[in-house]
Design a binder for this molecule. Structure first.
Ligand SMILES: [Fe+2]
Ligand SMILES: [Fe+2]
Length: 194
């Protein structure tokens, strides 16, 4: 049987079939954007694959929060998604909801930036500019240390991911901010500084 590879349009269509909550759609868009950015940074050939994995990773979260990751696996299998796409999606929930340890670089990146995009977004939206354009790594790290800020963001998961990537936290934050800039307008951040 010929291998089916979902493109971005099909992935978005599937996502919106299961997810309507605007904040979850925004989350999907920012993770997608960051994935695309890292794919380019690492000179990966299949940028769309990285983006698609980012876009679809929380497919089941709105409808089946109790079975997070498990339902996504089921749905994607039914949709004939390739094994490597499904594996990458499941790896974002390593320890918390799956036992799929991130091995491939794409898996390590989604594991790392899933929660980090949330921290960056929360930091940006609180600032007077409500923009990523003047957001420094330092500002994000300040919020990283303030545990009560965006308390749902698991800093340990991010730190573990950064370690797996063999990168510095500062660098990962910087590149994630860069990646998110391409969807800033769509996710409700200002794209110009006043
Ligand atoms: Fe998730
Ligand atoms: Fe997520």
């Amino acid at each position: 049987m010929e291998r089916y590879t979902p493109n971005r349009e099909e992935a978005y269509e599937l996502l919106t079939k299961y997810v309507q909550d605007p904040s979850l759609i925004n989350h999907a868009l920012m993770v997608e954007a960051a994935m695309g950015h890292f794919a380019k940074l690492f000179e990966e050939e299949d940028i769309e694959k990285w983006r698609v994995v980012g876009l679809i990773h929380d497919l089941d979260f709105e409808k089946y929060p109790e079975e997070h990751c498990k339902m996504t696996e089921k749905i994607l299998k039914e949709e004939n998604w390739p094994e490597d796409y499904i594996r990458a999606v499941l790896s974002h929930g390593w320890i918390t909801c799956t036992d799929v340890e991130p091995k491939h670089k794409m898996e390590k990146v989604i594991y790392t930036i899933d929660e980090l995009t949330g921290l960056i977004y929360a930091t940006a939206i609180m600032r007077p500019s409500k923009s990523l354009l003047d957001l420094s790594v330092k500002s994000v790290k300040k919020k990283w240390k303030q545990k009560s800020f965006a308390a749902g963001v698991d800093r340990e998961v991010i730190a573990r991911g950064v370690d797996m990537l063999g990168m510095e936290l500062d660098e990962v934050i910087r590149e994630t901010i860069e990646g998110m800039k391409s969807v800033a307008g769509e996710i409700g951040l200002n794209t110009e500084l006043n």
